[in-house]
Design a protein around this ligand. Sequence first.
Ligand code: AMP
Length: 187
Amino acid sequence: MNIILFGPPGAGKGTQSKYLVKKLNGIQISTGDMLRDEIKKNSEIGNKIINDMNDGKFVSDEVVNSLIKDVISNPKNKDRLIFDGYPRSLNQAKNLDLLLKDTNQKIDFIFFLNVNKDIIVKRIEKRKILEKRLDDDSDTILKRYDTYMETTKPTLEFYSKNSNFHEIDGSLEISQITSKIEAFLNV
Ligand code: AMP
């Protein structure tokens, strides 16, 4: 089963995807984590993206698309993909479609965790204290939310037409969101 978790920063995509990975023996594909790893490794990609990431801007489609290619085409990961934070643009969504077609796969479920700006700001302020992420300061949070809303709108429209698209109230408790997801998955 391949699943996309879609939603603004702080919507709970990471938390739910970690749970689903355990439950379904899946592979979490968090482009945010992959990009942070590149920065930690001080790689060529890391040096290219560090400023954009710290400013709350999106990293180019080209970089993100190249990062996920190998994970998707690895036969060991077939039909176990849990996407967390990818795709975030129409270009990425179309790229994903092609990669899945090439590997005889499809997306089975898309869950849109919808949360308003006030809740997100409060949640990310808390995460900043726990995880010390450089892009979690108040100004950057607001910028990331606005970037998300502007850039992902066409992607949301692209997916929301599908019958496997489900919107879930992301302001609910973690366990309530999990139950809703499980009800759709029938697990
Ligand atoms: P996240 O951990 O998903 O909140 O992502 C943190 C940051 O990584 C974002 O604010 C972007 O700068 C970058 N990022 C993560 N995933 C993507 C993506 N699919 N496309 C572009 N930028 C991304």
